[in-house]
Design a protein around this ligand. Structure first.
Ligand SMILES: Cc1cc2nc3c(=O)[nH]c(=O)nc-3n(C[C@H](O)[C@H](O)[C@H](O)COP(=O)(O)OP(=O)(O)OC[C@H]3O[C@@H](n4cnc5c(N)ncnc54)[C@H](O)[C@@H]3O)c2cc1C
Length: 407
């Protein structure tokens, strides 16, 4: 029989959602002395974070467009901030997080050599894209030199993190602050004036009411539903659907590259990252324009399009007996005119509620800055709590989500 009882607790900050946004903020705010509680309804990162390719971008899009405005400069600083965290000298300790690849490449048709050269001549771009001489090609690309070079290789400041390991390294030090709540059990207790007095949730058969100085909505695509529940209508969300493809096969070489095609568009034709599956097979995870134009296609048509692109860019690779799979997933972001991609993380506040979308994994440190600044400007300081508690009082541990190829 379930032991049902109701308990009231208070804390400084409640975060709803344990993807990259929620977990990063949990680490950052605990470090700044706040007592934080993170509520997760399924597995940590079960949404966009586990589906992401894990690329920490330095702003290729801006380099390709030649437009180097504030957005470009904001993202250009991110790889260094992440690298500091991975080295243990940054704002968050990510020393336990595995890096899939320290380098990320751009593989571009030779026909665009002169255009890229013009970009590379621009002072503001220096250091963002470095041409790689063919005698210095990584092993995988050396085969292209042997088979007649028709693309050029460039090294970007980007690198790739292992998202499962990222979720684990952000959650492991704070298991006592992460609570598993029952699906659909979250309800908001609003005051007449608008601020949120408390939230109520079910955990392990217990009914719990929690009050806090600030409530942060970090639930990715589910923020929309939460915003409706608290009657906030001026922070609209947009979703951008994708249909991702992956290839799974033993012994596939490791490959981390944007493939730039004929139209030289701002979205690479193909974006490849490599991951080790739990059964030891290697995975090539395919995004970019393939995934954007794949929305609405049947899996047969999308896989056929993916095979064609792989054969086109890497004709020396044998993927004949690989296992192919597609799945659909949405990006969730603050609404932009024309459904354009935002360039910045989003944070906004009403009363004691903070709403957040990081826009990209890459931009999460900048989201952290915004949240800290909002707390400082409202003079929210760490408090003392008579009804302090740990997550173990409320639920068992919350695991990290697993990527599609390990399910
Ligand atoms: C296919 C794909 C590839 C991407 N690749 C990259 C990339 O290479 N580099 C990059 O920088 N960005 C990338 N992104 C973007 C990046 O993944 C997202 O911006 C980021 O992961 C969003 O994190 P989040 O924490 O806001 O949301 P999510 O990761 O979706 O997390 C939301 C969390 O909230 C939980 N939740 C939902 N509702 C509730 C509720 N009611 N109560 C409690 N918990 C709840 C969910 O279970 C989940 O754990 C990619 C996105 C996609 C979809």
């Amino acid at each position: 029989m379930t032991d049902r009882y109701s308990t009231d607790f208070s804390t400084d900050i409640v975060i709803i959602g344990g993807g990259i946004a929620g977990l990063w903020l949990l680490n950052l705010l605990q470090q700044h002395g706040y007592e934080v509680l993170l509520l997760e309804k399924s597995a940590l990162g079960n949404g966009q974070t586990i589906a992401s390719q894990g690329i920490i971008h330095g702003g290729l899009k801006y380099a390709l467009s030649g437009v180097l405005d504030g957005g470009a400069n904001a993202i250009a600083k991110m790889p260094e901030r992440w690298r500091d965290c991975l080295a243990g000298t940054g704002e968050i300790d990510l020393t336990a997080c595995k890096v899939e690849s320290q380098h990320y490449y751009m593989w571009s048709r030779s026909g665009f050599r002169s255009r890229i050269k013009t970009f590379l001549g621009s002072k503001s771009l220096q250091g963002r894209i470095e041409p790689v001489a063919s005698h210095q090609y990584p092993d995988f690309f050396l085969r292209s030199v042997k088979s007649g070079k028709y693309c050029d290789l460039y090294r970007l400041p980007d690198f790739v993190v292992n998202t499962t390991s990222l979720l684990q390294s952000l959650s492991a030090p704070h298991t006592d602050r992460i609570v598993k709540i029952a699906q659909d059990s979250l309800s908001f207790n609003l005051s007449d004036q608008g601020p949120l007095e408390s939230i109520s949730v079910e955990t392990d058969g217990k009914s719990v009411t929690i009050s806090a100085q600030r409530f942060i909505l970090a639930a990715g695509e589910s923020n929309q539903q939460l915003l409706e529940a608290v009657n906030i209508s001026n922070m609209p969300m947009q979703t951008r659907p994708l249909q991702m493809v992956y290839i799974k096969k033993a012994g596939l070489p490791s490959l981390h590259v944007h493939c730039i095609g004929n139209d030289f568009s701002l979205t690479p034709e193909l974006t490849v990252t490599s991951h080790l599956a739990a059964d030891g097979d290697q995975v090539w995870y395919l995004g970019g324009e393939l995934a954007e134009s794949g929305v609405g296609k049947s899996s047969i048509d999308l896989i056929a399009a993916a095979k064609k692109r792989i054969a086109d860019f890497f004709p020396w690779v044998d993927i004949s007996d690989a296992h192919w799979q597609c799945f659909s997933i949405n990006r969730a972001e603050a609404k932009m005119a024309g459904n354009h991609r935002p360039d910045y993380p989003y944070m906004n506040q009403l009363h004691n509620m903070i709403v957040s979308w990081p826009t990209k994994l890459t931009l999460t440190p900048a989201l952290g800055d915004l949240v800290l600044e909002a707390l400082r400007s409202d003079a929210i300081t760490p408090g003392s709590h008579e009804n302090s508690f740990t997550a173990a009082d409320l639920s068992g541990p919350v695991p990290a989500a697993r990527p599609d190829w390990d399910q």
